[in-house]
Design a protein around this ligand. Sequence first.
Ligand code: SF4
Ligand code: SF4
Length: 476
Amino acid sequence: MRFPLALTVKIARHIIKHKIRRTPKFALVLQLEPLHTCNLTCTGCGRIREYSTNLKDMMPLEDCLASAAECDAPMVSICGGEPLIYPKIEELVAGLQAQGRIIYICTNGVFMRKKMRDYLASAYSTALEPTLTELLAQKLITDKDADTIRKGKSDGRPTIQPSKWMYWNVHVDGLEYTHDLIVEREGVFKECVEAVKMAKLLGYQVATNTTVYKETDMQEIEQMFEYFSALEVDGHTISPGYEYDAAKKDMVSRLNKQPEDFFLTRAMTVKKFAKIEEWGTRFTIFGTTVYQEFLAGKRDLTCTAWAIPTRNIRGWKAPCYLMTDGHYPHYHEMLEKVQWEKYGVVDGVARDPRCENCMVHCGYDPSGALGTNYKAGDTWKNIRYNFGAKPKPYLPGLKVKAFNGVSIGKGHLAEAKAAINSPRAAMNGAQAAFSRKADAHDHTHAAGESCGTGDTTQRDELLAKIAAKNSAPKPE
Ligand code: SF4
Ligand code: SF4
């Protein structure tokens, strides 16, 4: 099966229960954003630009758990910001598990290995020695890490343990060169791969999470799926990028780009996703076949953003994950007060101009599962897909040249560094700015201090230099 039986049954039961009760609108996946702080500042990320990224601004644990109970979605996607920075992430995961939720931790991967080392320390006994030996052999932990693990953990806090109810959902937008360029930091792709390998070795479930942009090379995405399939990840989520106000404003002001230079139009999305159904047979792509048909331009769907609500420190974000027309204190209040008929695209006509180019999974994936624009046979298609055999790992994917960036000396910041090191740039003080940028990535901070402040001044200097050279060079 593409998705473990117990999880599929849980989701199916939830849908059937609400269908029998004729509930007009209900939640399928809660996008929970306990904080918006992040250790990265990815190009095109609206979150770190729309909201405060100060660590003081985060949801109390009790509010996070109460929100999950309030909307009662069977799946909770913990996102942000970077959820592994949330100081009570372990308690949050444990609390959601106690509620019986299916949990996705949507992470950029940078702190995953640290969290897994904590788990190993909490579970340590001599029986774990063969596992430590294997982790050491694969260079996924150091000798020092192994010693720390052997000392155990006695602070009484829970850890994030392997569970069939939990997935690490690791953000990867391409192979090494591209991914590091998008997250604007060299070395992140390598860390993600090591985290995925360690997670699989320890028995965690792992998925990858990819956003497709206008510049995305879909052949590269196929290679990326082949590579991660060979690493035996358990699934992939993929969605087109979107016209997201905060990110759009940021792109226009910082990089002197027009929105259409960066975000996909509907026609472009359909072209990009021409192979999505074929990929669905080769790889474990999560979601519904109906949504895949929509992405491939074979059918229309109506937005059901209410089924994947977003809860953050300001409340329930309406109408959707992408756009903010207001925040409500309660999910049911949001359901009642938002004029849902004002949003989405129907028969090719955008009811709100901001929806015009949107085909994102959080607006349309549930539309397939919930039967909006239902066509005879849709239910069977979705059941057959999710209950059908899981595609086997694509082992030739190990031959994919995934490390095509900084690992082979083609880091995207090379041009910027060269520019900064030029005498003229030195005169302008850019050298000092670059040094400060390196400091900005020190992740050791005390509680209450901000990790990613959203202040992108130093990075802007680098990007301006890249933009002046018509963006970073692509590997040959
Ligand atoms: S990892 Fe990137 S996309 Fe995700 S919250 Fe951080 S900056 Fe945004
Ligand atoms: S179509 Fe739906 S998900 Fe997309 S921007 Fe509009 S309201 Fe949001």
